[in-house]
Write a protein that binds this ligand. Structure first.
Ligand SMILES: Cc1cc2nc3c(=O)[nH]c(=O)nc-3n(C[C@H](O)[C@H](O)[C@H](O)COP(=O)(O)OP(=O)(O)OC[C@H]3O[C@@H](n4cnc5c(N)ncnc54)[C@H](O)[C@@H]3O)c2cc1C
Length: 369
């Protein structure tokens, strides 16, 4: 079977790893000239760790990650609204881990057969050619494939080529991501939630802490470190002082959050996975987890055999419930954290533990029944 994967992000690299483990060769094209050298942190919940285990990479990821066993939510003044021992929810599934994005991407890429990823090459368009799918590349070549896996991210050109106009839509939230020195004060996933503003800190190693901050896009302005400091300068410890102390030249990643509503993203020998199929706000920290799970499930179904049409239909049926659940819960979390602080604080104080359990417990269930 001739397989093309467009995009070497977490979804594309995971799909290539999953297929190669099953003895299916594939070609990955990535429009960037080289692997990313930048990138802040990433938080992986137990289901993502389980999927990395299916890829045979959990031990390696664990060896460079920081274990996270709790979720703590504070008000901007530092009072505790909720403190959950998250390890209890995930104990039969997998560990929750935080690490640098670069480390995760590096482990995935190094696990592939040499030469699997072709950098500096873009899949520009694709058409159905009867019993093949024809893909046109940025070097003007055209090639035929039995299966094309679109893993080209939230603004995937392949999604528009196969399924029509860009389905991505902006969420009214903009964010900063950066890495600071780990000062030892933050040990678990720690968020401080203010009026339409969230500040989050997660250790990713003994030396480094990943900081994520967001606000309504109307407040983001030019997204400079000065704006970040102005919006979060009155937050108390443990996170406020970290932001206040930032140098204006600190390297930060900025983004406007986008969503791609989950639906049936399979058609004529083409399937979308990862953010191309179901990008979401990061409120559930499930983007990477869902992408790695997509890869594991797709490879499993490909090796079970049958027609490509049947494989892709089964893939859709296996995935739509989980990815739609993550999107639904991400929207609910966004609404809670951007809404009235009186209601939010009461909900988190009274129901925080059961909300956490009810939100994540379905994701501990097996990927394929
Ligand atoms: C602010 C923020 C914080 C997040 N935090 C977390 C977190 O803590 N935990 C978590 O699990 N998830 C998190 N996520 C989500 C997670 O980062 C994504 O879900 C995940 O990285 C998606 O990977 P992907 O491979 O689908 O897409 P991408 O990472 O976007 O990769 C797509 C790749 O395809 C390439 N490409 C694009 N077009 C083409 C083409 N035509 N041909 C070839 N190549 C192409 C791109 O260059 C890119 O390298 C976060 C997201 C955001 C925005």
């Amino acid at each position: 079977m001739r397989v093309l994967i467009a995009g070497a992000g977490i979804a594309g690299l995971s799909a290539a790893r999953a297929l190669e483990m099953k003895g299916v060769e594939c070609e990955v094209v990535e429009r960037r000239e080289r692997p990313p050298t930048e990138g802040a942190g990433i938080f992986l919940l137990g289901n993502a760790a389980r999927a990395l285990g299916d890829l045979g990479l959990l031990d390696e990821v664990r060896s460079v990650a920081y274990p996270i066993a709790s979720q703590r939510i504070l008000s901007p003044s530092g009072s505790v609204l909720n403190d959950v021992r998250t390890a209890n929810v995930w104990k039969d599934c997998g560990p929750c881990l935080a690490l640098s994005r670069q480390s995760l991407a590096g482990i995935l890429e190094n696990s592939l057969n040499p030469g699997t990823v072709n950098y500096g090459l873009e899949a520009v368009s694709t058409v159905s050619g009867g019993d093949k799918r024809i893909v046109r590349f940025s070097d003007a070549r055209e090639r035929e494939y039995d299966l094309v896996i679109g893993a080209a991210g939230v603004n995937s050109p392949l999604r528009s080529a196969v399924f029509g106009p860009n389905a991505a839509r902006q969420i009214d939230i903009s964010c900063w991501r950066l890495v600071v020195r780990n000062n030892g004060e933050i040990d678990g996933w720690t968020a401080m939630i203010g009026k339409g503003r969230t500040l989050l800190g997660i250790p990713i190693s003994e030396r480094e802490t990943y900081i994520y901050a967001d606000c309504r896009s109307s407040e983001f302005d030019d997204g400079s470190v000065d704006v970040l400091k102005r919006l979060f300068g009155d937050f108390a410890g443990p996170l406020g002082p970290i932001v206040t102390a930032l140098d204006p030249d600190t390297a930060v990643h900025r983004a406007v959050l986008q969503e791609v509503p989950a639906r049936r993203w399979v058609a004529d020998r083409c399937v979308l996975i990862g953010d191309a199929a179901h990008a979401s706000s990061p409120s559930m920290a499930q983007g990477a987890g869902m992408a790695i799970e997509d890869a594991v499930v797709l490879a499993e179904l490909v090796t079970k055999g049958g027609s490509i049409e049947g494989i892709l239909q089964r893939f859709h049926e296996a995935r739509i419930g989980r990815v739609a659940w993550v999107q639904k819960k991400s929207r609910a979390r966004d609404k809670l954290r951007t809404g009235s602080s009186t209601i939010r604080n009461a909900v988190l104080r009274l129901f925080g533990d059961s909300l956490y359990r009810r939100t994540y417990e379905p994701l501990t269930h097996p990927l394929l029944s």
